[in-house]
Ligand binder design. Structure first.
Ligand code: ADP
Ligand code: MG
Length: 703
């Protein structure tokens, strides 16, 4: 890699950008594409053919031989099936690379092996992928060669969404429509749509690939299922923002280059709190593209790690006892004329709009705290949320001191006129920049924090797609905007109506505001007094998707049908059961084939020592004590494997669904915890030469 890296030239070089379309398409076709990006609609077959040809020519110039409809099924990751541009040879045996408009717009993968939660029986294998024109096509360069990737939505033969993109796009449209009604109330007539912007900070761990290969738990479960803590953890705070080591630096540089080529604005990189933990963050962009780009970030991290002899762990809790990984989802809403509705602003007029937006968001988050919690749940995040180092499982909003004060005064005095005069507001807003400059400790623990001109949803797990959290956020805020607009549009005295509504919403939903320490035990009790939901696990969160309140919300805005919600609930239960089952089997395999035999070998050597010492007439106290302690723990461990085997057997023989998932959660996970304890204690007693796989110290400190 040369030092004269031209980032400006490199950037988006592997993306079929609007600029490239403008260059390569006839004016009228380009106009048609732009119109659809802006206003929606369908590309005419003729235009689709023209776009497809231009896209193919560009891809072929860049060495591509294949294309793929790149989509995001409910697995949480992406899927692709490659097709070469090759066609039937002509009579002379010559072949011409081709790509039609039809192939660009619609794909028909055999979809029977993707999770559908009963929406599509396996014998009805038909699924369709359709081009999402709002997310640019790009070329992925892997060992298979450059491949043209076309971002697509994925749905069933009967039109139900089978992916994460379709509902996200639907939610963006819903939010836009309702937000426009809000800005119209304030006399904004030029904006035609409102777009949610998202910037996702991605945390990850990097360990040595050779060592990772020696651990079945890392291979199969993506996290360690055993492991005594290393003598040193993160207590010295010396890794966070520390100097980036050479091997990691070389990796980060390559990641940046790969991401820039793909048009991902990789911007910030640093070491995170735990040893071997790091973070990368791009600049925010339209939610839809941000979701796609976050998938590319995760994929690129893993791929480039492989090239550097490293393994990238995206799991939410790869190691017990040190920080887990999350994905801070920064979210704001901006008009197509560039007004961020979350910008506090300078003039009182804009501030009132801002306060109305904040009031609506308070209402949205309070009304649907359960759904927001659900949107950030996955199997790995169960190990992280509420662990006193990550946001709690209770959703609350942090507004910062100044804004909270504004809310309090509004609620207390009840005088909307105060706002208009600007006293309270001006004070609050004019000091906001000062506040923002102070990094406050207190807001680190909040799951949903206002940070200047955006909300930062911090509960999201590091390995998860950010599709669901943003779909939910857009949906709940759309609903609050809609209800506010319904009332205000028919208001005779609009100014008064707005002030009353702000006060009403802020009063009714003030309980969702919490500026204190979210890690503290007292918060759990306080939250319970306030009646805020505390949903500790993924399985307990699933049913929030199918409450009458949730179904009403999602159906009203055309984001999910009830059938789609029910299918998603099914998929979540199945995913949970399958994941825990893999973890249980992995633990048993490691216990039975690695740990127990290793400990037995060590006790054998100890016993030999005792006999030899006795023969020699020497003191055998210490080896005898050790032998006793170790064999006791070995017995405990063996019994625990038997209990886990029985629990796993019972669980895996149950029919799939809620009951099974809860059985895994209540019985299997508990049995896993019981097995881990003696194993980790043994690790601390047994001669390191006998221990069958790399330890926490080997994994986290020798990268
Ligand atoms: P922090 O102090 O939380 O690290 P940063 O300003 O570094 O905040 O931003 C973190 C992420 O938030 C980045 O991806 C950034 O692009 C994104 N971000 C910044 N402003 C906005 C905004 N208005 N809307 C959405 N995301 C934003
Ligand atoms: Mg941040």
């Amino acid at each position: 890699m040369s030092d004269e890296l031209n980032v400006e030239e490199l950037f988006a070089s592997k993306v079929f950008t609007l600029g490239k379309m403008k260059e390569r398409l006839p004016k009228s076709t380009y106009k048609e594409v732009m119109h659809i990006i802006d206003q929606g609609g369908e590309l005419s077959p003729a235009a689709a053919d023209v776009v497809a040809k231009a896209m193919k020519d560009w891809a072929v110039e860049n060495g591509a031989t294949h294309y793929t409809h790149w989509f995001q099924p409910l697995t949480g990751i992406t899927a692709e099936k490659h097709d070469a541009f090759v066609t039937h040879p002509d009579e002379d045996g010559r072949m011409i690379m081709e790509f039609s408009g039809k192939e660009l717009i619609k794909g028909e993968p055999d979809a029977s092996s993707f999770p559908s939660g009963g929406l599509r029986a396996t014998f009805e294998a038909r699924g369709y992928t359709t081009w999402d024109i709002t997310s640019p096509a790009f070329i992925k360069e892997t060992a298979t060669g450059p491949t043209l990737c076309i971002p697509t939505a994925f749905c069933s033969y009967t039109g139900e969404a089978l992916d994460k993109k379709t509902p996200l796009l639907r939610s963006m449209e819903a939010l836009s429509k309702q937000a426009i009604r809000i800005v119209r109330l304030f006399g904004n007539t030029d904006a035609t749509k409102v777009i949610p912007s998202v910037g996702a900070e991605q945390e990850y761990f990097l360990i040595d690939a050779k060592k990772a290969l020696q651990r079945e738990d890392i291979l199969f479960a993506g996290r360690t299922l055993y492991g005594a803590p290393a003598p040193k953890g993160q207590e010295m705070d010396d890794h966070y923002f520390g100097v980036i080591r050479e091997r990691i630096g070389a990796f980060m540089r390559d990641v940046n280059i790969e991401l820039w080529k793909l048009g991902v604005t990789s911007k910030t990189q640093h070491n995170e709190a735990a040893p071997a933990q790091h973070e990368v963050a791009p600049i925010y962009e339209s939610a839809n593209v941000a979701v796609d780009h976050n998938q590319l970030v995760m994929e690129t991290l893993k791929r480039v790690a492989g090239k550097h002899g490293l393994r990238c762990m995206l799991h939410e809790k790869p190691f017990a006892g040190v920080n887990g990984s999350g994905k801070h989802n920064n979210w704001s809403i901006t008009t197509d004329t560039g007004v961020n509705l979350l910008e506090p602003g300078q003039t009182p007029n804009e501030n009132i709009q801002f306060l109305l937006v904040i009031a609506c968001i308070m209402k949205a988050v309070d009304t649907h705290a359960d759904l927001l919690r659900q949107s950030a749940s996955n199997v790995g995040n169960d190990q992280r949320l509420g662990g006193y180092e990550a946001p709690p499982a209770i959703i609350s909003i942090f507004l910062g001191e100044q804004l909270e004060d504004v809310v309090e005064q509004l609620v207390e005095t009840g005088r909307a006129a105060n706002l208009k005069e600007g006293g309270v507001l001006r004070t609050g807003v004019s000091t906001l920049p000062d506040f923002l400059k102070d990094p406050t400790d207190r807001n680190r623990t909040s799951p949903f924090a206002f940070t200047g001109n955006k909300f930062e949803f911090r509960s999201v797990g590091s390995s998860d797609s950010i599709g669901s959290p943003n779909t939910t956020l857009n949906a709940i805020v759309a609903e609050a905007f809609c209800e506010a607009a319904d009332r205000l549009e028919s208001c005779e005295d609009l100014e008064r109506g707005i002030h009353d509504l702000i006060k009403e919403y802020m009063t009714e939903h003030q309980r969702i505001i919490f500026n204190g320490n979210g890690y503290a035990k007292e918060w759990e009790e306080e939250a319970a007094r306030r009646g805020l939901p505390n949903i500790p696990s993924m399985v307990e969160a699933v049913d929030t998707l199918i409450t009458p309140k949730a179904i009403r919300l999602f159906e009203k805005f055309g984001i999910f049908t009830e059938a789609e919600l029910r299918s998603r609930a099914e998929v979540l239960y199945e995913t949970y059961a399958k994941s825990v089952n893999i973890e249980a089997l992995t633990m048993l395999d490691m216990a039975n084939k690695q740990i127990i035999p290793a400990v037995v070998r060590y006790t054998n050597s100890l016993a030999d020592t005792v006999i030899k010492l006795q023969t020699a007439g020497a003191d055998t106290t210490v080896p005898c004590e050790l032998l006793k302690e170790i064999t006791e723990k070995l017995t405990e461990m063996k019994r625990a494997t038997e209990a886990l085997t029985a629990a796993e057997k019972e669980a895996s023989s149950m029919p799939q669904g809620k009951e099974q998932a809860f059985f895994y959660h209540d019985r299997v996970v508990t049995a896993m915890t019981t097995l881990r304890k003696p194993a980790d204690e043994l690790e601390k007693l047994v001669d390191k030469d006998y221990w069958p796989f790399p330890t926490y110290a080997d994994l986290m400190f020798e990268v």
